[in-house]
Ligand binder design. Structure first.
Ligand code: ATP
Length: 908
């Protein structure tokens, strides 16, 4: 809806502002001209009404002005005050300016120019628009001055006049007055009569001119005036004079006078030919249209707004739904990943992380196309753009921007499991210069953010040890060796070390094992190890490692509850594979490179055999694989870092590393076992020890009774040893022959009668789990709980039985009897193929035998699970088991000597 009141108000405001604007322009013009005539007035170039009046108030300026235009017009100018008055100055005494003003007005009157009233200059009566008469007066003086100057006072002078002045004062008509009429008459007779008396007076004053003529003359004068800046004077008159007046004959005269004169545009103040009126009209029309459009648009915007609101609400609910789904998805992904990891752990898969070294030269093209968060990696050979891209999938891929911290974060859980009793092996593999040492050790001057996995891992181990100190007391020991040219060297000791190959891999009994209590100890040792490592500069790497370094951390924890934990961490920084044509090595370096490449190829063979689940895994082909055997052979958690260089010219090496890594990721080692001995197992072990002691004590008594006790393995003479060596042959023969049971009782610690020739004593001598041949290993895998042991007659080591104990069912049976040609009685004791229940019937010593067999079975079972693979721990276990020490047969005799037993004194 349009607001008519608003439009009217707008129009009124516009007219008022136009008027104020016009009055202002006239005032500025008058002030400018005054300054030019009488000198500076110290008012701004565009003075306000108050400022303008203030400088005229004492009449001095005006008197000086009129005297300049018409010399002698005001004969006596009172000049007590400076005419430079400002608005702030005190007004001069009234009598002074009154006289000046009065004289000025008289002089103006004599010149027949429009005048004003003295009161117009008074401050108190100063109102907006009241200066227009003063301005008119000054501008008419200006016109008069110019007229005098340019025409020498001849002809008629045209004075500018403001509409207000025209409307309210009759002074302008002085120029029109017939001869004989004074200005006083004019003053007394306004043009527009307001009262009846005034009308009469006008008629009286203008007896000789008719009103129509007067008005016509007035119109002519007004329109022909070039001085009047407001040439729209009539339009102003039309808006200022009452309707009643214009309906009079005056209006007719006016309109007839206006014929032939164009009403000037009130917008551009005088452009006769302008089309502002039409433009205004058109614009108003347009404005009307726009208003309609605006209201339509407003409606549209409102409907759009409400539509938008509802859309936003809908979108919000959809986004919320999406975010819930996304949350669920990420949770599912997390679960999937953890399940996948669990599956990997159960399968014992080797985890493979790939790390890409940042490029050294940004201008060199990279072969890495894409690395995904899900462990995918896409590479391409930039020199062969047509070749298809190759995609690999690993557990994780770290791009060139990955920090040491990020890399360690994904490794940390594995490190932590060492403290829970797992064996862990982390090794870095890759081409020379691809960043293996950087990952494992960090920079050579590493500190803080640059520290590699080795330092961070040990720091973490100490932290965990501190946080669990209430429940477990940990002991951490560190060993660091390198394999240089297929020789093992101790990096923390000075002596040359000996390595012993065994079934479980390579043992290094001489390598220095340092107990560490604080991270600083570790740092010191590692720095020492690093400094002892063989490094050299090649064309590819300034500090190329020429050896495989193996840092081993042994963690032993004693639980408050009595249990024990053993964990071992191998941190291996392999030397990098290198193409000797690229590394440009010769002489000693070439030999090193050949050794490195050979050992890495052996590692590849081992991985291939493990991947294919071959029965034979070629660990023994080099020292590196021997050393890693117990990590790769099962029961350990293994992680490989495959390092690649991004440069296009390393593409071939990158491909080969990634293919190797892919093969490794498919290797399943079987689930890792925890090396924890519970309190119960400990107690059982102690029981066995007590039993052994009791047996030893009994044996000593027998020794005292009989000097004929045969020497055991440790004490055997060469003749006896020879005899003992023959035993396995007998044993193997009897195994194959399956000797039938004969009536014979086996005496254990003298408790059982041995038929006619009771055996004074029998004791446990060998655990067959040490059989090294493949056949037996397989058997062990299939039936891990079954162990056999030999009961050997103390008096004659060539006689005895081999009894199999099934630890799970606690079943015991005689597998084999050898020597002496006697068999056990079926009804009284252990007999061939009899279940363990029969053991109960072996008489007064039966329960003791049964107990010892049970204990032994459990022990063996537990012992197998937690058997430490390092030589030191194995030795301690051996000594604690005393008489059940396992003896290995010479390698040459292994195949034929399956099941042989050796006897030895219990306290050896
Ligand atoms: N992720 C990385 N960020 C920054 N620099 C790295 C990174 N990886 C490797 N480097 C730098 O690259 C260079 C070679 O790295 P490094 O010596 O670790 O390689 P390498 O695989 O151990 O080589 P080699 O097998 O010859 O010993 C070093 O100067 C190392 O600082």
């Amino acid at each position: 809806m349009e607001d008519p009141c608003g439009i009217v108000r707008f129009r009124d405001n516009r007219v008022a502002s136009r008027k104020a604007e016009e009055a202002g322009l006239r005032r500025y013009r008058a002030a400018g001209w005054l300054e030019g005539m009488v000198g500076p007035l110290e008012i701004p170039p565009q003075p306000s009404e108050a400022e303008f009046v203030s400088c005229l108030r004492n009449g001095l300026v005006l008197c000086n002005l009129i005297n300049k235009i018409q010399p002698g017009a005001v004969p006596r100018v009172i000049n007590n005050h400076s005419h430079r008055l400002t608005l702030e100055a005190q007004p001069p005494p009234a009598y002074q300016y009154f006289e000046n003003i009065r004289n000025f007005l008289v002089a103006v009157g004599e010149l027949k120019l429009p005048a004003f009233e003295a009161s117009d200059l008074e401050r108190d009566t100063l109102e907006s628009g009241s200066t227009s008469k003063i301005v008119d007066c000054i501008l008419s003086l200006k016109s008069f001055h110019e007229w005098k100057m340019y025409s020498g006072g001849n002809g008629s002078c045209k004075f500018p006049k403001s509409p207000v002045a025209l409307n309210s004062s009759g002074n302008f008509f002085h120029t029109l007055l017939p001869q004989g009429l004074s200005s006083a008459d004019v003053w007394a007779c306004p043009l527009v009569p307001r009262t009846r008396r005034q009308t009469t007076k006008v008629t009286n004053i203008y007896p000789r001119i008719s009103m129509p003529l007067l008005i016509k003359t007035l119109c002519e004068r007004v329109f022909s005036s070039k001085e009047n800046i407001d040439q729209n004077i009539l339009a102003s008159l039309l808006s200022g004079v009452s309707v009643r007046f214009w309906s009079s004959p005056f209006a007719e005269i006016m309109s007839s006078s206006l014929q032939g004169h164009q009403v000037h545009c009130s917008w551009c103040l005088g452009n006769v030919d302008c089309n502002h009126g039409q433009i205004l009209e058109a614009q108003e029309k347009e404005l009307g249209g726009m208003k309609v459009l605006l209201s339509k648009m407003r409606t549209d915007v409102l409907s759009f707004h409400s539509q938008l609101q509802s859309d936003l609400t809908l979108l919000g609910s959809q986004v919320q739904g999406l975010s819930v789904s996304a949350l669920g998805y990420s949770r599912a992904m997390k679960e999937n990943r953890s399940l996948y990891n669990m599956l990997q752990d159960l399968k014992g898969s080797i985890r493979v992380y790939c790390r890409i070294r940042p490029g050294f030269d940004s201008e060199v093209e990279s072969s890495i196309e894409f690395t995904g968060d899900d462990g995918s990696l896409r590479i391409a050979d930039p020199s062969k753009p047509k070749d298809p891209q190759k995609i690999f999938q690993f557990n994780k891929v770290f791009g060139g921007t990955a920090t040491q911290e990020e890399v360690y974060r994904d490794t940390q859980p594995l490190i932590r499991s060492v403290m829970d009793g797992y064996n862990v092996c982390i090794f870095a593999y890759g081409q020379t210069g691809s960043g293996k040492t950087h990952t494992m050790f960090g920079r050579s001057d590493a500190c803080g953010a640059d520290l590699g996995i080795n330092y961070r891992a040990l720091n973490d181990l100490f932290e965990i040890s501190c946080s669990r100190s209430d429940a477990i007391k940990y002991e951490v020991r560190v060993q660091m060796v390198e394999i240089y040219n297929d020789q093992v060297r101790d990096l923390l000791g000075t002596i040359q070390i000996r390595s012993c190959s065994g079934n479980g891999g390579l043992s290094l009994p001489d390598a220095a094992l340092h107990a560490v209590k604080y991270p600083e100890d570790v740092r010191r040792l590692m720095r020492l190890g690093e400094s002892n490592r063989v490094l050299c500069s090649t064309a590819i790497n300034q500090r190329s490692s020429r050896s495989h370094s193996v840092l081993t951390v042994h963690v032993h924890g004693e639980e408050i509850s009595g249990g024990a934990i053993y964990g071992r961490l191998h941190l291996v920084d392999l030397a990098g594979s290198e193409r000797v044509d690229k590394s440009e090595v010769t002489g000693e370096r070439l030999k090193e490179a050949q050794h490195i490449n050979r050992s890495l190829s052996c590692l590849g063979d081992v991985m291939a055999a493990l991947g294919q689940k071959n029965s034979h895994v070629p660990y023994r082909n080099c020292k590196l694989t021997q050393l890693l055997q117990d990590s790769l052979g099962g029961q350990a958690k293994t992680l490989m870092f495959a390092h690649v260089s991004p440069e296009a010219d390393s593409y071939e090496e990158t491909i080969s590393t990634l293919r190797f890594a892919q093969r490794v990721s498919r290797v399943e080692l079987g689930s890792a076992t925890r090396n924890r001995e519970s309190n119960e197992v400990r107690k059982l072990r102690e029981q066995v020890e007590d039993l052994k002691k009791a047996m030893a004590a009994g044996r000593r008594g027998d020794v005292q009774r009989s000097e004929a006790t045969p020497p055991c393995a440790g004490q055997m003479s060469s003749g006896n040893r020879q005899a003992a060596d023959e035993t396995p042959n007998l044993a193997s023969k009897s195994l194959t022959k399956q000797t039938p049971l004969r009536s014979r009782r086996l005496s254990l610690e003298g408790g059982l009668s041995h038929g006619r020739n009771p055996l004074p004593q029998a004791r446990v001598s060998e655990v067959s789990s040490n059989f090294p041949s493949r056949v037996h290993r397989r058997r062990r895998v299939n039936a891990p709980s079954r162990r056999s042991l030999f009961l050997v007659s103390e008096s004659n080591p060539k006689t005895g039985e081999r009894i199999q104990i099934d630890a799970a069912s606690e079943d015991a049976r005689v597998l084999q009897k050898y020597g002496g040609g006697e068999t056990l009685e079926a009804d009284g004791g252990l007999s061939w193929g009899q279940p363990r229940s029969r053991v109960k019937d072996v008489g007064s010593r039966g329960s003791q035998i049964r107990k010892s067999l049970q204990t032994f079975g459990r022990l063996i079972n537990g012992d197998n699970r937690s058997q430490p693979s390092d030589p030191g721990a194995r030795a301690s276990r051996r000594s604690s088991l005393g008489e059940i020490q396992c003896r290995r047969r010479p390698v040459s005799s292994r195949r034929q000597s399956v099941g042989r037993c050796l006897c030895h004194p219990p306290d050896s």
